[in-house]
Design a protein. Structure first.
Length: 665
């Protein structure tokens, strides 16, 4: 589970050495006697502003960033970092600029504004590599590797992690070597290269033995043990997980040292027990949930709720399962923890068969949007790298041209004042262009962030509307159905308080039998709620038919669908079904908008090794050779390529349109 790995990474950087991710190894351990870290940091910021800026003042600002990082006061960290960059720029102090930009990268990383974090880490890296000491470069690279891991570019994350490891090894910096091993191992885990990941975790275990004098030694070691156990669990080696943690980790000591890490270790054990059929595991899930709430760790709360929901689903208790699923779903969506939100939607589909179509569409929509956002962020990273290199090249060109002009001025003094004025005007023009380009880049970043924010607001509104409708429906069914019958039986049985003659008792026995019927009705509802969206052919076909109903509400188009009974939808991969659904949805939308068709037919046939789907209408058609393919047709072709299928479009003006799909079975 990616959110689990991310949470473990946060635990590492949240120890006393959390700030090491952003600090130089030499300055991080020093402190200035003039800085009162207890209560005068804010006052010191204003006092330093009035002093002449030099390296001594620079060091005081630098140590203030260390203090605010340690106290996790990120707003103040940003204020000091901006000042540090501004003032260091005035005296051309590369060290101060690198420190400020690295801290700004850490600030944006903390708030998951990944494109801005990448921009500042990238700027800091370029400057750091220009200097002999290369300040903060190991931490900068490790953070960049983490950012690539966030957007699932595991290959690039591994590559940059190895670059950071080489530097850490050269400096014999064990704490950074430890962090680099974990970064590389996590990237390998993301690529499902579990065996190689385990080797790097073992290397981290070996290096952590040199840190026994560190106060966080026990946490460092248990952190790696937790990663190793998680890798075993990923390979379904559940008994090995339990044995490993029990043998190598002192859970009681970890509970005292680090509550978050204790919860992840305990969840690893409990989930493994659950998978091995130990029904007592739910007690440990409750324990981690309670601790997560006490320490306000949302990630731990969500993990525990997911595990509790899985447990109660295995016990056929959909009421309790839905309680934790819906509570967790709301919490994950509110806090934008999308990996857990997807997992919760999958479980909601299983626990709510009658409403599985609703949750399935939510899952499809969120999954598609996340893939788009991840690709977009990766593209932004590449664009930032490219544009940064371009700016550096332009600056070099400008500097070279400036030097050439200066030499010419010395050799050709006869041009005099006019030549000097032309050079100054040209230089100002180039400088203004560079500033304009930088401003446009910042505006583009802001626009992208605003668009993503608006999309998330619209999605949240739709989810809230759906939840209210579902609440009213469930309330009405319980009130008008089960509660109505129970109230009627209660009133009829009330007569036993007044009469207990044989005839009265005989009549009341019939009402008691009716209670048994109500019990069967509740059991049937519970059983139905536990069915999966695609567990039977009719459910997938029903979802497709819902597309017809949405068009019939505003159109007179006649729909016909013929489905081969030999197609076993329940054994077909969900990714294939999702792509088929999206293609049919796009085709029907195009027919509704443009075709002016009266009749539409869909035929699904099972061949020997393929499934053939034909979508045909009697509309006006179009000239496919003269008309450029729209984004809709491109998306349909792209989806078929994803599942190794074949897409064919046949159409002519006034001859209707036919789409043939061939999907490997």
């Amino acid at each position: 589970m990616k959110i689990f790995l991310l949470s473990c990474l946060i635990i590492i950087t949240s120890c006393n050495r959390k700030n090491d991710h952003f600090l130089d190894e030499k300055t991080a351990s020093k402190s200035d006697p003039t800085v009162d870290v207890k209560d005068s940091n804010d006052k010191l910021i204003f006092e330093l502003k009035d002093k002449k800026y030099d390296t001594l003042i620079r060091n005081q600002y630098s140590q203030l960033t260390d203090v605010y990082l340690a106290k996790q006061e990120f707003t103040k960290l940003k204020i000091v970092s901006d000042i540090l960059i501004e003032k260091s720029t005035t005296i051309n102090d590369t060290f101060g600029i690198v420190k400020g930009k690295t801290c700004l990268g850490g600030y944006y990383l903390n708030y998951a504004i990944n494109d801005s974090a990448f921009y500042y880490f990238n700027e800091a890296e370029k400057l750091s590599k220009k200097t002999k000491r290369k300040p903060f470069l190991i931490s900068i690279l490790n953070n960049k590797a983490t950012l690539y891991w966030y957007v699932k570019d595991y290959k690039e994350s591994e590559k940059i992690g190895i670059e950071a490891l080489k530097l850490a090894t050269e400096k014999k910096d064990n704490i950074h070597i430890y962090g680099c091993y974990l970064t590389i191992a996590n990237a390998l885990n993301g690529m499902n290269n579990n065996e190689k990941a385990l080797k790097y975790y073992e290397k981290a275990l070996a290096i952590v033995e040199s840190l026994k004098s560190d106060p966080q030694y026990l946490v460092f070691k248990a952190q790696i043990d937790n990663y190793i156990a998680s890798t075993f669990r990923k390979q379904n080696q559940y008994q090995k997980v339990i044995n490993y943690i029990t043998e190598y980790v002192d859970l009681n000591q970890i509970k005292r040292e680090n509550s978050s890490l204790y919860c992840y270790l305990l969840d690893n054990i409990a989930y493994s027990k659950f998978k091995l059929g130990d029904t007592s595991s739910y007690k440990q899930f409750y324990e981690t949930l309670k601790i997560g709430k006490e320490i306000k760790n949302i990630s731990i709360e969500l993990t525990s709720k997911i595990y509790l929901a899985e447990f109660y689903l295995s016990q056929k208790d959909t009421v309790k399962a839905n309680f934790y699923l819906k509570e967790g779903y709301t919490q994950a969506h509110k806090n934008k923890i999308f990996e857990d939100e997807l997992k919760l939607l999958q479980l909601l589909i299983q626990a709510n068969a009658n409403n599985s179509s609703y949750y399935s569409q939510k899952y499809i929509s969120l999954n598609d949007s996340l893939q788009i956002v991840e690709r977009s962020v990766r593209d932004k990273f590449a664009r930032i790298e490219f544009e940064t290199d371009e700016i550096i090249k332009q600056k070099k060109i400008i500097e070279e041209e400036k030097n050439t002009l200066l030499i010419r001025l010395i050799l050709i003094s006869g041009f005099g004042l006019l030549t000097i004025m032309l050079i100054v005007l040209w230089y100002k023009n180039q400088s203004q262009k560079a500033k304009t380009k930088q401003l446009l880049l910042e505006q583009e970043h802001q626009k992208d962030r605003e668009e993503i924010y608006q999309l998330m607001l619209a999605q949240q509104q739709k989810i809230e509307e759906g939840k209210q409708i579902e609440k009213r429906r469930i309330s009405q069914e319980l009130h008008d159905g089960v509660m109505g019958k129970l109230s009627s039986i209660r009133m009829n049985l009330y007569v036993l308080n007044k009469r207990t003659d044989p005839d009265t008792i005989a009549r009341c026995i019939e009402y008691i039998k009716e209670i048994q019927n109500i019990e069967k009705e509740i059991r049937t509802i519970s059983h139905d709620l536990n069915k999966n969206l695609f567990s039977e052919n009719v459910n997938f076909i029903t979802i497709v038919e819902n597309l017809f109903h949405s068009i019939r509400s505003h159109s007179d188009i006649n729909f016909k669908m013929k489905v081969d009974e030999r197609i076993e939808w329940n054994v077909i991969n969900n990714d294939i079904k999702i792509n088929i659904y999206r293609i049919i949805q796009e085709a029907l939308q195009n027919i509704d908008k443009y075709s002016k068709a009266s009749n539409v037919s869909i035929e699904m046939t099972k061949k020997e090794e393929t499934i053939e789907i034909k979508i045909e209408d009697d509309g006006i058609g179009f000239n496919a050779e003269n008309q450029r393919s729209g984004i809709g047709l491109k998306n349909m072709k792209s989806r078929m390529e994803e599942i190794n299928g074949h897409f064919q479009l046949i159409t002519k003006p006034n001859k209707g349109t036919k789409i043939n799909l061939l999907i490997p079975n």
